[in-house]
Design a protein around this ligand. Structure first.
Ligand SMILES: [Zn+2]
Ligand SMILES: [Zn+2]
Length: 330
């Protein structure tokens, strides 16, 4: 279809990518420019980053993280950016070679990278925790533990390096799925929390999270990575088949809907943004502290969710503290 056609934007170079939601055929350069421009527009629109911010970027070795890294490093000073790679400790998924390539790619861009693991932080790998969870019959999915641990580690390192923004590489598909799940569950609080200008929780131990890729389609991050020649970690997490069926179904249906109605997800998230902006509360929620680890937790709770979940599977004294020494800054 694209053979021999010229780019609809510059009208000089050969078109390589069809972009259904704009019905344009773009050359490599114009496509990459388009993504950069849209990410920067979103950052500016919600004031995600200001010039004196230090940003910790969480990278998993997948396509989305590399796009985030590339866009931020093109548009912000490298000494204001630090990458973080968390090795979950999942058999067959975390490969040493992938972590090495990621570290090299990030360093080649002149950016520091911290490589750490679930085991460094808690004393246990995700596999070990999942095994305990199955033995205890908790009924919780591996993603619940993994997500909680990763969020904790990201926040911990952001504080450690003095970063005031924590950037994750969630794309438009991820955000649309989450928004729809929140709507179907009637969970207004979570829907509001997803919004980029939701009131940041007023707590000096929690670093503000930003999602600069929230308006970029997943196929676009895949195409960008391909055009840039990034080495993408191809292995899927073996626990993915245990993902709650609601998300799997929603993902499938949203893909189908977007295919039949190009641009639908962009309009959907745009609408959610408008609605939430009008209803979000002005009150900033406050947090308490976990009496075991000292990390923030909901006001009135004795233990944080992570301490509670680990204790439920028999892990009473996670390693937690002094992991600074163990994290490797390459
Ligand atoms: Zn072009
Ligand atoms: Zn705790």
């Amino acid at each position: 279809m694209l053979k021999g056609k010229l780019c609809d934007n510059c009208k000089t170079r050969r078109a390589e990518v069809f972009q259904p939601h704009t019905n344009r055929m773009l050359c490599r350069e114009c496509f990459i420019e388009d993504i950069n421009k849209r990410v920067m527009n979103e950052i500016k629109r919600w004031n995600m980053i200001s010039s004196d911010d230090t940003i910790l970027m969480a990278l998993s070795g997948g396509k989305d993280g590399y796009v985030l890294l590339d866009v931020l490093s093109r548009n912000f000073k490298s000494n204001k950016l630090v990458a973080l790679n968390i090795i979950e400790g999942i058999h067959g998924y975390n490969k040493e070679e992938d972590a090495k390539i990621l570290a090299r790619t990030v360093k080649d861009m002149g950016i520091d990278v911290i490589i750490t693991s679930a085991k460094d932080y808690t004393g246990y790998s995700v596999d070990e925790i999942v095994k305990k969870s199955i033995e205890k019959g908790t009924g919780l999915t591996p993603c619940t533990y993994c997500g909680l641990i990763r969020r904790r580690i990201m926040n911990y390192y952001a504080r450690e390096i003095g970063a005031n923004k924590l950037a994750t590489a969630h794309n438009l598909d991820d955000e649309s799925q989450t928004a729809l799940i929140n709507i179907l569950k009637g969970d207004l609080a979570s829907l509001i929390k997803q919004h980029p200008s939701a009131k940041v929780i007023d707590d000096d131990m929690l670093v503000q999270r930003i999602k600069p890729l929230r308006k970029i389609y997943e196929w676009e991050t895949a195409t960008y990575s391909f055009l840039k020649g990034f080495h993408i970690q191809e292995t899927e997490c073996p626990y993915l088949e245990l993902v709650p069926t609601l998300r799997a179904k929603i993902r499938r249906e949203l893909y189908r809907f977007e295919r039949e109605n190009p641009g639908a997800l962009l309009k959907f998230i745009g609408l959610i943004d408008d609605i939430v902006e009008n209803i979000r509360t002005q009150e900033k929620p406050r947090l308490g502290r976990c009496i075991k680890c000292g990390e923030p937790t909901a006001l009135g709770r004795k233990y944080c969710k992570l301490c509670e979940m680990l204790s439920d599977i028999g892990i009473e004294s996670p390693r937690y503290l002094n992991i600074r020494k163990r994290g490797i800054v390459v």
